[in-house]
Design a protein around this ligand. Sequence first.
Ligand code: NAP
Length: 299
Amino acid sequence: MSAKIIDGKGFAAAVRGQVAEHVTRLKADHGITPGLAVVLVGEDPASQVYVASKHKQTVEVGMASFEHTLPADTSEETLFALIDELNADPAVHGILCQFPVPDHLDERRVVARIDPAKDVDGLSVVNAGLLASGEKGLVSCTPLGCLMLLRDQLGNMSGLEAVVIGRSNLFGKPMAQLLLQENCTVTMAHSRTRDLADVCRRADILVAAVGRAEMVQGDWVKPGATVIDVGITRIPHPEKPGKTKLLGDVHFVSAAAVANAITPVPGGVGPMTIACLLANTLTAACRAHGLPEPEGLTA
Ligand code: NAP
């Protein structure tokens, strides 16, 4: 193995540290406490774990955390009434509805109900449009986290060939937009892409967000490339009965033998998501009060 392993866990801790410093200053200088509201509908166990983790990290950086848990049979009307209340609440700068929501609710309508200025998940059509137009909005957390890792690793990305595998609204499309803003030459690959391995071999920056364990093999990677593995697949642990193990979209050992730098799974991209959620909440709070945005924590 020759590649540098990009320490997303450590980087995320550093981002949270920066956020915490800004929060301390906002409180001291302006009497503002950034606030994040998380809405959970139903009792999905994985969602409960995510929400608990978001709450813990929000409090740790000194922000206010508002948790709203609604029963699984909550009507759209009731959920929208809560979102409207949070939209109007000046103590709330960021609003996130934990997905998936129960089947009778439409995720797109839920996102559309959130004030775009408080849409810290960056999922609304307004924020997607702002990003595509090169204007300031709030950027989806995981691609923002990948951008931070890439900036740290590469500095100037101008002119580099970037290939993003996956074209979801949540990740692939915003990631491609961000790389375009960095002046990369961007290719978006997906399930209909022909000769995917060949396309990947062009990439100075290869970002995989598919959800197919170890799909990207070492011989798909250009020597010296930077590889960002977003995929998460949970499999039964081969050595520990009853336990599970996470695999990325990239075959780590073979890719690390050729790449210059690579994110591991777990401990790479994953921890950056909540860190960027907190960064977005801080950004939203600064904007709401007409204050300068925190440097290095936005796209
Ligand atoms: P998604 O909405 O399911 O999108 C998957 C994308 O992969 C689609 O664009 C699909 O193409 C493409 N694809 C599927 N099979 C392919 C193939 N054989 N070759 C090339 N492309 C293929 O998934 P997502 O939400 O973007 O998430 C992708 C992965 O990233 C998942 O494993 C998810 O768990 C992970 N993820 C992790 C984080 C985190 O670390 N915090 C955050 C977000 C996502 P089509 O559009 O043609 O169907």
